[in-house]
Ligand binder design. Structure first.
Ligand code: SF4
Length: 383
């Protein structure tokens, strides 16, 4: 195992133990910037785990053993850590619960093998994730929150509001459970399921660092895509993390006025703030940006909308991913027909914009799915 503690193991530094348990049994601590980190066993970094092991009166090498069980061998339960003393496991899991989501349902597409999972966590929190097989590897789309408070009118995930943020361990657990269940190595992650990732910033960044770091699945940062509705301070903060992950913006409207009608976040951050933030992000990591655009019949699919998009993003190294909107009963939206979608694509291309239309994955399980599968299957795969 290649994980190091980054310090002399003889040195006994004070352990930084997170605060009291929350209602769901997790410990929490406020990060320097005020965001709350949620702790469970799988959320602990190797340094934090080393501190916890020391506090339990054990030698630091036990932390490496445990970390390896959790993040490399991705065990399903604490009893599988066979070379770790039970007393230590009990002491740790009393403070930091072992995240062990129950798979409630798996829907499997007969067309392309897409698998949609519904997980249940210990506090009756239900979370959806999707596994997709592409030519370039196996991809998992995860949820970052239980519900969402962003209120986008075309999105079913927000209808009940935000219940709670997921911990890094709960995000990891979605990937690990799917890898265990399929027996396939996951190579790509999209943070495009339920929730706004930048509204759960600290836990999401912790998740990204852990899944890309040594001693875990070691997934390349370049194989991770984070989708945001446009929280400008979050984009700038993410830029400063200097991660090489891909960024996608849920654009969905060609101007602020229309955007404000369908995405409440647009009342807070205008496109004149978002676009420079994206350019600034690009200036650091040089990864092509994606603009997701849900086409809504009679709302944002006019020739003039195409012209406005072109003037907004022309000259950027960017791709527009067109998504004929899935009907959301509560919003009364419907998608344009195929011919109109193709015409809209052509219009954008005539302005020199790179465009893709969503590739539908798991079409035959779509009807039974919630919003998550719909949204992550919208990920165009031209990479
Ligand atoms: S589209 Fe994303 S940000 Fe908007 S409500 Fe849905 S989950 Fe939240």
């Amino acid at each position: 195992m290649s994980v190091g503690t980054g310090q002399d193991e003889k040195e006994m530094r004070p352990a930084a133990e997170p605060g009291l348990n929350d209602a769901a049994g997790r410990r929490e601590r406020e990060d320097r910037d005020g965001s709350v980190i949620r702790y469970d066993l799988q959320s602990l970094t190797i340094d934090e785990l080393t501190d916890a092991v020391r506090l339990a009166g054990e030698k630091p090498f036990r932390a490496k053993q445990i970390y390896q069980w959790l993040h490399e061998k991705i065990v399903a339960g604490p009893e599988e850590m066979t070379n770790v003393p039970k007393k230590l496991i009990d002491a740790l899991t009393e403070k930091y619960p072992f995240v062990s989501p129950e798979i409630r349902t798996v829907q499997v597409s007969k067309i392309d093998g897409t698998r949609k999972y519904l997980f249940r966590f210990a506090d009756d929190c239900y979370v959806e994730s999707v596994y997709m097989v592409y030519q370039h590897g196996h991809s998992v789309c995860i949820s970052t929150q239980n519900g969402c408070r962003m209120g986008c009118r075309f999105c079913a995930s927000t209808i009940g509001g935000l219940t709670r943020n997921l911990s890094a361990g709960e995000m990891l657990a979605q990937v690990y459970a799917i890898q265990r269940e399929t027996g396939e190595r996951v190579s790509n992650i999209v943070l495009m399921g339920t929730g706004e990732p930048l509204d759960n910033y600290a836990n999401v960044v912790r998740f990204i660092r852990m899944i890309t770091g040594p001693g875990g699945l070691n997934i390349s940062e370049r194989n991770i895509t984070l989708s945001t509705c446009g929280i400008v301070p979050g984009i700038l903060k993410l830029r400063d993390e200097k991660l090489m992950i891909n960024l996608a913006l849920s654009l969905h409207a060609p101007n602020d006025q229309m955007r404000r009608e369908i995405m409440p976040i647009a009342r807070r951050y205008s496109l004149s703030e978002i676009i420079p933030a994206l350019k600034s992000y690009y200036s650091v990591n040089r990864r092509r940006l994606t603009f997701e655009y849900s086409l809504i019949h009679g709302v944002n699919d006019s020739d003039d909308a195409a012209r406005q998009i072109a003037s907004l993003i022309g000259g950027m190294n960017a791709l527009v991913n067109l998504i004929p909107v899935n009907p959301v009963r509560e919003a009364g939206f419907k998608a344009p027909d195929r011919t109109h979608v193709l015409n809209f694509k052509k219009k954008l291309e005539n302005y020199g914009i790179h465009v893709t239309i969503r590739r539908e994955m798991g079409r035959d399980i779509d009807g039974a799915c919630g919003q998550l599968r719909k949204r992550c299957s919208e990920m165009e795969t031209d990479r």
